[in-house]
Design a protein around this ligand. Structure first.
Ligand code: 13P
Length: 143
């Protein structure tokens, strides 16, 4: 079975929580190909001792890079612990990433409870393969 490609992102106030979550799912994480924004990726790699594809830091374009990977059909799930209590300078990028995860119908967990559900779901672990929605009609709509 091909490895799941998962993207992980956490805002600063949520990094500790994401790292703790990752450690508690270390075995499942090791079975995945992991992508992450810059600082999240560094902390993850240190905490669980596994290779991480590190993109730019979020405010420098990392959210957009993950969004691009989603649009290319290269990400199976997004775990994004975003901070609901702090304004951030790159809010448009954050919204864009959340939006693309919905457009491309990939599982997205924005808190620990949902991330736990995702990683314990047989649908995700065994049966789910990332879908590439057919956007032919959209791309060819008459103008
Ligand atoms: O800001 C982020 C996502 O919006 C996360 O970026 P870092 O992982 O580099 O802190």
């Amino acid at each position: 079975m091909t490895k799941k490609h998962i993207a992980l992102v956490a805002h600063d106030n949520k990094k500790k929580e994401l790292i703790e979550w990752s450690k508690s799912h270390r075995d499942s994480m090791l079975a995945c190909e992991v992508f992450a924004t810059g600082t999240t990726g560094r902390l993850l790699a240190e905490a669980i001792g596994m290779p991480v594809h590190r993109l730019q830091s979020g405010p420098l374009g990392g959210d957009q890079q993950i969004g691009a990977l989603i649009a290319e059909g290269r990400i199976d799930a997004l775990i994004f612990f975003w901070d609901p209590l702090a304004p951030l300078p790159h809010d448009p990028d954050i919204k864009a990433l959340l939006r693309l995860a919905v457009v491309w119908n990939i599982p997205m967990a924005c808190n620990r409870a949902t991330a736990d559900l995702l990683f314990s779901s047989p649908i995700f672990l065994d049966g789910y393969t990332r879908g590439v929605p057919d956007f032919t009609d959209y791309n060819n709509r008459p103008l």
